[in-house]
Design a protein around this ligand. Structure first.
Ligand SMILES: [Fe+2]
Ligand SMILES: [Fe+2]
Length: 153
């Protein structure tokens, strides 16, 4: 599978999980806990294959400073999610209104990030990297993703 198709499929799955999570209510305490765990696992694996393999491949393929800034922004968005948005949810009570607000913020935050990757980064990557390379990169990313999910299980 090519690298971009793999990431797009991940995005689709993440969007679905995040929508569902944002729609849960204060009564769904157990569901919220379970869903947050799943989202964290999927996000961690997805972010890792981007930062370990996909982003470096884009950096290696470009001379344009704008592309480098785009990658730097992506990394910062991953980090902000990891260090702020998700930790906030862990500090809140899943039966609270605050948690409901934070679940929506998580969804909106990640939706924004996915959209930027899909609209700016992926077309750039298609332009710069050959089909064959994207295919090989995708295979590496898929193998790494499986390995990571195995370690996290
Ligand atoms: Fe990302
Ligand atoms: Fe992504």
């Amino acid at each position: 599978m090519d690298a971009i198709t793999l990431l797009r499929e991940d995005h689709k799955m993440l969007r679905k999980l995040l929508e569902e999570f944002a729609e849960t209510t204060e009564r769904a305490v157990e569901t919220r806990k379970k869903m947050l765990k799943r989202i964290e696992t999927e996000l961690a694996a997805h972010t890792a294959i981007e930062e370990e393999l996909f982003y470096p491949a884009l950096i290696a393929a470009t001379d344009d400073i704008e592309d480098k800034r785009m990658v730097a922004e992506g990394i910062e968005e991953h980090r902000a999610c990891d260090k702020k948005v998700i930790p906030d949810l862990h500090k809140s009570d899943p039966s609270s209104i605050e948690y409901s607000g934070q679940a929506k913020v998580l969804k909106d935050y990640i939706f924004h990030h996915l959209k930027e990757e899909e609209e700016d980064m992926f077309p750039k990557m298609r332009e710069l990297v050959s089909r064959k390379e994207l295919q090989e990169l995708g295979e590496k990313m898929l193998a790494r993703k499986k390995e990571l999910l195995g370690e996290m299980a």
